[in-house]
Design a protein around this ligand. Sequence first.
Ligand SMILES: [Zn+2]
Ligand SMILES: [Zn+2]
Length: 264
Amino acid sequence: MRITVVGKSPSWQDTDGACSGYLVEEGPTAVLLDCGNGVFGKLRRFRDYCTIDAVVISHLHAAHFLDLIPFAYALTYAPRQQPVPVDRWPGTDQPARPQLHAPRGALEVFRTIVGCFGQPELIENAFDLHEYDADETIDIGEMRIRFHDVPHYVETHAVEVSSTNGSGRFTFGADSCPNEELVEFAEGTDLFILEATLPRPERAGPRGHLTPGEAGDHARRAGARRLVITHISDEMDLLWAKAEAEKTYGGPVDVAREGAQYEV
Ligand SMILES: [Zn+2]
Ligand SMILES: [Zn+2]
């Protein structure tokens, strides 16, 4: 199974960057995990969007789903998705319509947002939308997807993708404050991609994110075989973040960068 970092920025994009997006490929199967702002254009560097089998959204924060809008426009209006010949495209009776697995309430959120443009059904028409429950298991081609609720500002799910062919297992922490359940969910994973958003813990209000040191500590306690920290702005000192995470993880840590690929 191959994981490509498509975008890794937090809620505002790095210079030339994209927010949360990870392409997971196993054999012919391709899943896009999160589709934050900037991700759709970046995705096209790595994979034809018409060959994406499913998009899985960890939670309904803009930086994790906003590029469903351009993705939906492409699926709706791209010349090659039309039933009749357009330009050099021959026309098709079977336009791509990827699965879209999103948290409960997603349909209403999507309708509200794209409804502002007068097209409330844009996303549900372009994708085969399914609202998942945290205890569901979803099989997509050669991948099995599991979820686990993690504490964040809205309903949020860590996501595990494992190969049904016996290759590896990959765990994505989504966004969360420190929590023991995430350690248990990720236990023994081959690759842990975990947010390390904060230079220091939040000073006020409820916690919702991790520091690099906390991310390293979670991965060490989970026994993760490899740690990649993500969701870090390019306005942070990435070498400092890496060193902090390595101290608590007890081994080498990668800082996510667009285009980085991992095999598990
Ligand atoms: Zn986020
Ligand atoms: Zn979030």
